[in-house]
Design a protein around this ligand. Structure first.
Ligand code: ATP
Ligand code: LTN
Length: 332
């Protein structure tokens, strides 16, 4: 039996952090043996906001190397760069033509990102259509992402369904796959905000390539609440705040501990001791990733990426051909 296809993408902007790892990449690693997986460095998404060209070139390799360092085996899963397969951009245009403007203007990520820009490129508005094209191009059934991408995935399904009803069944309607723990890792300095690559502030995020002593320090300085110790009781006089919940969530997502194990280990523990345990868990998890990264970044990455796009090119070409044919665009 053929395996169902999985697709996901990561932007080569900023430095990957533990939110990206726990929300997305850890799931990529878990899914790779049970599905036909395609993991993509989405450089065409990155340029929806200005990127310094030399930096972007380096970031593309950095993300690809981190995929492998985190445990994706390029012999099992397909690793590729979005711009190497022209079908992404081509299908992006065809789908733009079936997407109502109002659907795009409603996207919260667009509203947030455009509020931060002086001039808003139309690519930023069209960003989710390109994302839909990435997924639909490979007829992917499952898309592992963090919680912040749920709205974009809903839009992808809406676009697929609209196309299918206008032109006949063409695209697989994909499902969103969130991780059980770590779907939304919050900033260490401000647990009300999602941990983000673009946020400034040295105590905000832990980069996968951060110096481990620095990473531990960031956790020791993380914002908590004024309670002295961990209290899981939601009915407590002062229930646990978002900062402590975030630290426990990070520990649970890295360790895979069950809720009962979490209770047994952490109930009543003082916050200082909680932070020490979380810091140890994070450092212990990042160490092998960093060691592997140093090997991979100087290896034959370009060959791996080229082999990846060569391998899936026929699938992309077939979807573009079919889409054109369905729409009546010249496709002899
Ligand atoms: P950022 O907002 O951090 O600048 P991004 O979310 O725009 O980055 P990507 O780097 O492409 O863009 O995200 C890669 C994956 O990581 C996505 O699946 C996304 O949902 C997930 N992700 C990003 N931030 C978090 C987070 N704080 N917690 C869990 N998952 C996250
Ligand atoms: N928009 C996503 C990155 C992304 C993606 C995709 C994720 C681009 N194309 C296709 C899943 C599937 C982000 O910002 N995290």
């Amino acid at each position: 039996m053929t395996k169902a296809r999985v697709f996901s993408g990561v932007q080569p902007t900023g430095h990957l952090h533990i939110g990206n790892y726990l929300g997305a990449i850890q799931n990529f690693v878990r899914l790779q043996h049970d599905y036909e997986c395609i993991f993509c460095v989405v450089d065409l998404h990155a340029v929806t906001v200005y990127q310094e060209p030399a930096e972007l070139r380096a970031k593309i390799r950095e993300i690809a190397a981190l995929f492998i360092a985190c445990g994706i085996d390029p012999k099992v899963a397909t690793l590729m760069v979005q711009s190497s397969v022209s079908g992404h951009a081509e299908l992006g245009w065809l789908l733009t033509c079936v997407t109502p403007l109002g659907w795009l203007e409603r996207m919260t990520q667009y509203k947030d990102k455009s509020a931060k820009q002086e001039t808003i490129g139309s690519g930023l508005l069209n960003y989710p259509v390109l994302m839909a094209a990435d997924i639909l191009l490979y007829q992917a059934k499952i898309v592992p992402v963090g919680d912040d991408q749920s709205q974009h995935l809903e839009l992808t399904r809406d676009i697929a369904q609209r196309f299918n009803s206008l032109y006949g069944d063409t695209f697989t309607v994909p499902a969103t796959k969130l991780p059980t723990h770590g779907a939304r890792v919050m900033g260490l300095d401000d647990p009300e905000k999602k941990m983000s690559k673009s946020a400034t502030g040295t105590g905000h995020a832990i980069g996968l390539l951060d110096d481990l002593a620095q990473a531990k320090k960031k956790i020791m300085r993380a914002t908590t609440d004024s309670n002295p110790a961990v209290d899981f009781d939601p009915g407590a006089k002062n229930p646990m705040g978002a900062g402590v919940r975030n630290l426990l969530g990070i520990y649970q997502a890295f360790s895979g501990a069950s809720n009962d194990e979490m209770q047994a280990q952490f109930a009543g523990l003082r916050y200082g001791d909680l932070k020490k345990k979380v810091a140890e868990m994070v450092a212990q998890s990042l160490e092998p990733i960093q060691a592997r990264y140093r090997e991979v970044i100087s290896g034959n990455l370009d060959e791996i990426l080229r082999a990846g796009s060569d391998r899936i090119l026929p699938v992309a070409n077939e979807t573009v051909r079919l889409t054109k044919e369905r729409m009546g665009v010249y496709a002899p």
